[in-house]
Design a protein around this ligand. Structure first.
Ligand SMILES: Nc1ncnc2c1ncn2[C@@H]1O[C@H](COP(=O)(O)OP(=O)(O)OP(=O)(O)O)[C@@H](O)[C@H]1O
Ligand SMILES: [Mg+2]
Length: 276
């Protein structure tokens, strides 16, 4: 077993703990609004409905429902602690927070019944805030690791075309990259898998403005390629310029769902929920 395979085994074991929701949806539905975005009578490409999630006793995600159309970019915004990361983690089925209720559908498949590993295999691509570059592996090995289990997404060369800096540093150990380069690697690694929904948690966090601009340009390219994306960002203005639609969370509940421009135009709304 080579280094990449060994790491894959470890990653699998860690990701395999979360099982299906193991809850019955019959009769026990909390009041919630079923997402209504449909295309020609068909369910939306991605849909989550009435998700409730807990860390231990702490009730954090409190009945979140929203849809994403295929090819759309949605900005998921809200103050610190509003529940944005928890919502992404719930969708990616990572096990913490524990989702106790709700439905999550992607391209007609019930993600709520899947483990984190299965959700990833079925097209959920979470790029976590901490980037999780694997220690001891080069840039290229990090990318290869993402492709070890089919279905494969982008080729490694295509990822280098999108992020030339990664190509230049292909043999460098991933954890020694700069913050911006690590963010590129984290995104590249996700594109290396065959994803249907890209979930980005604060891709600009901790990066210098010039690097933010560089990542922004890449995300514009990703948008033009029609990759369905949910982006969480403290830099709400940047996210709103990128996104078609915005969802604002406050204390674990959705308080706004509409076009991005509406948030850009509404200073009162921004002040109240985003403090900007
Ligand atoms: N592992 C955990 N155990 C207990 N509580 C948690 C845990 N992770 C997050 N929380 C709590 O859940 C709430 C929502 O956190 P979450 O990380 O989802 O917020 P966020 O909107 O992503 O905030 P930020 O903008 O600061 O990243 C917060 O009150 C946080 O303290
Ligand atoms: Mg967060």
């Amino acid at each position: 077993m080579n280094k990449v395979e060994q790491t894959m085994e470890k990653t699998d074991a860690a990701g395999g703990e979360a099982g299906g929701l193991g809850v019955s949806f019959e009769g026990g539905r909390a009041p919630g609004k079923k997402p209504t975005l449909t295309t020609g009578g068909q369910p939306a490409f991605f849909s989550c409905w009435d998700i409730h999630a807990y860390y231990g006793e702490s009730y954090i995600v409190q009945g979140v429902s929203f849809d994403v159309r295929e090819g759309e970019i949605v900005a998921l915004l809200g103050r610190n602690g509003a529940g944005k990361t928890s919502t992404l983690r719930s969708i990616a089925r990572v096990g913490s927070p524990a989702v106790t209720h709700g439905e999550i559908w992607l391209d007609h498949k019930p993600v709520h019944d899947m483990s984190a590993y299965q959700a990833a295999q079925n097209g959920i691509g979470l790029v976590p805030e901490d980037r999780r570059i694997i220690q001891g592996l080069s840039v290229e090995e990090n990318l290869k690791l993402a492709q070890i289990a089919p279905p494969k997404g982008w080729s490694i060369e295509r990822i280098y075309d999108l992020f030339p800096r990664l190509g230049e540093r292909r043999t460098q150990e991933g954890t020694t990259l700069s913050g911006g380069e690590q963010q590129m690697l984290a995104i590249g690694r996700t594109l290396a898998r065959d994803i249907k929904l890209l979930l980005l948690d604060e891709p600009y966090e901790g990066l210098a403005p010039v690097i933010v601009k560089e990542i922004e340009r890449t995300l514009e390219e990703i948008k033009n390629l029609g990759i369905t994306t949910v982006i969480v960002e403290q830099n709400a203005i940047a996210a709103l310029h990128l996104a078609d639609r915005a969802i604002i969370l406050d204390m674990g509940q959705i308080v706004f769902d509409g076009v991005s421009q509406e948030v850009l135009d509404n200073a009162e709304l921004r002040q109240q929920y985003l403090a900007i």
